[in-house]
Design a protein around this ligand. Sequence first.
Ligand code: PNS
Length: 161
Amino acid sequence: MIHAVYPGSFDPLHNGHVDIIHRTASIFGHLTVAVLNNPLKDTRCFSTEERLEMIRETVISMPNVSAEMFEGLLAEYMRQIEAKVIVKGLRTVADFENESQMAHLNRQLNPEVETLFIMTDTRWSYVSSTRIKELASYDADIGELVPKASLEALKRKFSRT
Ligand code: PNS
C-alpha cells in the first residue's frame, strides 16, 4: 500500500485542496493531509486545531484519508511516518517556481521521497487561501469556493456581529 502525504498550511482549506484530496485518495492506499504547525512563526488566521478540524470534517466520508499536524522539516516528517510520496497541487507556472525548489530540496534532505504534482482543476485554478480570507473579511459570498466546514469557520472568524 502506498502512503502519500499532502502537506500544506490549509489556512483555510478550500475547494482546490478538496479536489486534490479526492483525486489523490483514489490513486493511493492512504493519504495523510499534513497541516504545518509552526508555533514560533505563526501568522496564520486559523489555529492548527481549527485547520485540522476543517479538514477532518470535510474528509469524514473518505476512509483512506486522515489529517495530522506536523512540525519542522517535511522531509523528516516523511521519514518518521515512513511515507515516500509527497503530493502537491499546481495551479499556474507561478506555483511551479516555488514548488520545484521545494521538491528538489526535499529530495536532497530525504532521497527516498518523491514529489508528485497534480494540476488543480481549472474550476479552482484562481482560488487561494489568501484570497478566500480577503473575500471573507468583506463578507463576500464564498459558498461556492470552500467546503461547508471552512465556510462555517470563516463566518465565525470574520463575523461582524
Ligand atoms: O500551503 P503551503 O503554505 O504552500 O505549504 C507549504 C508547506 C507547508 C508544504 C512547506 O512550507 C513545508 O513543507 N514546510 C515545512 C518546513 C520544510 O520542510 N521546509 C523546507 C521545504 S524545502
